[in-house]
Write a protein that binds this ligand. Structure first.
Ligand code: UDP
Length: 231
């Protein structure tokens, strides 16, 4: 299989002209790749979690790249031209939001915040606006408006789906890709590496913050997320 791209936690192979195979690896990293480890079993768990969440989005009519799960740690997806933006949606203030703005940690936001960031570790993924994105040749106002509409719909769908499974969706990141007709699709992954998940009853952290903050039991909590959403 032809290797197309190797990222920090996933590898993308060409399947055919219009499809890719995405392999979820056991690698984990944080702080722009400065902290790195291998957590045995994470790749398989994340491939399964991502598949379940993308299936839920597909069922609800959201255009996504996801086609099917491939045992044990891969998915087959549409081959797209990726937009180098990280689109973040937040329901509760925490993480980088409270480091950059005077929000109190863990406050429920009056309405979801959508943020666009440039996907570029050299610049530490800075927040970007329509004019900067346009001048960099990355996107444009109309496309960013569509991404914002889609991520807010995704937020509604996933928030409800997860809440029913005992999980609070605190915030998450999406990446988008385009097909040859410039149609937008949600792509990449939706996993505890790219979302913040808290236990609905205890507010325990069930996501990559356990790794970022050395809280321990990373894989145990990822496995628990998978167990709950599989039920
Ligand atoms: N996120 C991500 N990749 C990034 C940056 C953020 O998947 O490169 C996710 C992160 O897991 C969280 C949300 O986006 O669910 C918001 O992250 P935040 O801006 O608070 O940054 P962090 O605290 O990770 O520095």
């Amino acid at each position: 299989m032809k290797l197309l791209y190797r990222g920090k936690a996933k590898t993308v192979y060409e399947l055919d002209k219009n499809h890719v195979i995405i392999e979820f690896r056991d690698d984990i990293s944080a702080f722009d790749g400065k902290k790195k480890d291998v957590i045995a079993g994470k790749g398989e768990i994340n491939a399964r979690i991502s598949s379940i969440l993308f299936e839920e989005l597909n069922r609800n009519g959201i255009p996504t790249h996801y086609i099917k799960f491939e045992e044990p740690n891969k998915i087959i997806a549409k081959r797209l031209e990726m937009i180098p933006l990280e689109v973040i949606c937040r329901n509760i203030a925490t993480g980088s939001l409270i480091r950059r703005f005077p929000f109190k940690d863990k406050t429920v936001l009056k309405k979801p915040i959508v943020e666009f960031c440039l996907k570029d570790d050299r610049y530490h993924d800075p927040m970007i606006n329509e004019d900067i994105a346009y001048n960099l040749g990355i996107s444009n106002e109309d496309e960013m408006k569509k991404m914002k509409e889609i991520i807010l719909r995704v937020n509604d769908i996933l928030k409800k789906f997860l809440y029913d499974k005992g999980i609070i969706l605190v915030d998450f990141k999406l990446e988008f890709g385009k097909d040859k007709n410039n149609k937008l699709y949600v792509a990449d992954e939706i996993t505890p590496d790219t979302c913040r998940f808290w236990d609905r009853e205890t507010r325990e952290v069930m996501d990559k913050d356990r790794y970022r903050k050395d809280m321990g039991n990373v894989i145990e909590y990822y496995r628990e997320v998978l167990r709950r959403i599989s039920a």
